[in-house]
Design a protein around this ligand. Structure first.
Ligand code: SF4
Length: 375
């Protein structure tokens, strides 16, 4: 069994504002109104024009609003998981990047491309994994275990990455930890405890885990999923490994967002139960329009669930915010030195590994497939 440190997850209550609203409630309160009709068309046209004029590219995560994903694709930008977003930003020739996602994604782009200006629609768009792993507390934890290689998930601040030997994303974590295990390394992992446990189970590596969680994936429930699965016996169950173990145990495919999309596009099943942020359904429907997609159940409904399978921080990205980046230069991401250069090494190590081991990456990106021959 992996070791999980015995500290509370601190992403919510310590973040309350003066009125007592939690950071999650604060995020929901800041989600922009959805634009439609003529106002939406006008904003989209203006963004397209300014992207060209300002030599900018738009890169978006699969979890953001579908209109933003479509705009990124229509303007020569990119929609991807966090690994491919980082690669795209680094390799693109544009002087300015608009990152539609959450803060660590913008920081990663800036760390890799200090010569570019990086903007985000809302700088308050963060992540429960990032919030739950403060750099000073992580430094104290790391200092107690100097014999371990430090592997951190992309969903961390630049200040935490600056303390790491490796950064990984869910697309490449399995392949990298497996390689470290073959080299006889012991690992200190942060911050997602569910993903860490899953990787430990798959690789057998000696891993000490930070006690963090994603509020979206942590809410998927096994009992309700089993009931849904019984109603759809031929559906393939796709689960992101940030989900609790009992949910992962019910999956046909466990993998990153890219692996889940690949499973829907290439899978022979007609129905898919999807346990990840429901923003991903937009891209899945575009790539596999004839497949039936069913959202996995979460704890609670409506006002009683924290996320209802959609990340409040991803939901803070809106078209108007993108326009403000281009018109007003608002939302610029800055990562001070020496944090930037200290964080660079662990990201470059990951990029070099994924470039040099496409075979291992392809295997990991295919997802951990159970009960079927291919996903
Ligand atoms: S979906 Fe989860 S892991 Fe992703 S940004 Fe939101 S809180 Fe963080």
């Amino acid at each position: 069994m992996p070791n999980v440190i015995d500290t509370p997850i601190s992403f919510d209550y310590p973040q309350q504002d003066a009125s007592g609203a939690t950071c999650i409630a604060q995020a929901w309160a800041k989600t922009p109104p959805h634009l439609d009709g003529a106002p939406k068309a006008a904003v989209i046209e203006r963004i397209k024009q300014l992207l060209v004029e300002k030599d900018a590219a738009l890169v978006a995560h699969y979890y953001v609003d579908g209109d933003i994903q479509d705009l990124a694709m229509a303007t020569g930008g990119y929609v991807a998981d966090s690994l491919e977003m980082a690669r795209f930003g680094k390799n693109h020739s544009a002087k300015n990047l608009i990152v539609a996602g959450v803060r660590f994604m913008g920081e990663t782009a800036k760390i890799l491309s200090p010569e570019k200006r990086i903007f985000m629609p809302d700088l308050d768009a963060t992540c429960s994994l990032d919030l739950g792993c403060p750099a000073d507390e992580f430094a104290a934890f790391r200092a107690k275990h100097p014999d371990r290689v430090v592997v951190v998930y992309a969903n961390t601040s630049a200040a935490v990455k600056a303390q790491a030997d490796w950064m990984v994303t869910s697309s490449c974590a399995l392949a990298i930890v497996h390689q470290l295990k073959l080299e006889g390394k012991k690992i200190l992992w942060a911050p997602d405890r569910h993903l860490g446990r899953y990787i430990q189970e798959q690789t057998g590596a000696d891993m000490l885990l930070w006690n963090g969680a994603c509020i979206v994936h942590d809410e998927f429930r096994a009992e309700e999923l089993a009931t849904l699965k019984a109603k759809h016996p031929n559906a393939m169950v796709l689960v992101h490994p940030e989900s609790p173990q009992a949910v992962v145990d019910l999956a046909d495919v466990v993998g990153s967002t890219s692996a889940m999309i690949k499973a829907v596009v290439e899978g022979s099943a007609a129905e898919y139960i999807v346990a990840t942020d429901n923003g991903i359904l937009h891209r899945m429907r575009q790539l596999a329009p004839h497949k039936k997609l069913i959202e996995a159940p979460t704890a609670g409904n409506s006002a009683t669930c924290k996320s209802c399978a959609h990340c409040p921080w991803m939901a803070m990205n809106g078209l108007q915010g993108i326009l403000d980046c281009l018109e007003k230069h608002s939302g610029e991401i800055l990562v001070p030195e020496p944090t930037r250069s200290e964080a660079l090494a662990c990201i470059e190590r990951m990029l070099a590994f994924t470039q040099n081991h496409p075979d291992l990456l392809a295997k990991a990106q295919h997802g951990f497939v159970k009960n079927i021959g291919a996903a």
